[in-house]
Design a protein around this ligand. Structure first.
Ligand SMILES: [Cu+2]
Length: 74
């Protein structure tokens, strides 16, 4: 299991938080998602054999937001 914190640009309200949460949770291999507005970030736990930071970033981007940073947590 891999844990990352994605810094996200473009979220302005609870609706944005819900959108980002939904698209990340829909991804195969993602087990836990915690999105916040302040700070604007998403904490994601995923199975690295089934998902990737690239896939997470792409999903966030397709929802209309931008991943501006990735921090790996242990
Ligand atoms: Cu919004």
């Amino acid at each position: 299991m891999q844990h990352v914190t994605l810094t996200i640009a473009g979220m302005t309200c609870g609706g944005c938080v819900n959108s980002v949460t939904r698209v990340l949770k829909d991804l195969t291999g993602v087990s836990q998602v915690e999105v916040s507005l302040l700070p604007s970030q998403a904490k994601v736990s995923f199975d690295e054999s089934r998902a990737s930071v690239d896939a997470l970033s792409k999903a966030v981007q397709e929802a209309g937001f931008t991943v501006t940073g990735v921090k790996q947590a242990s």
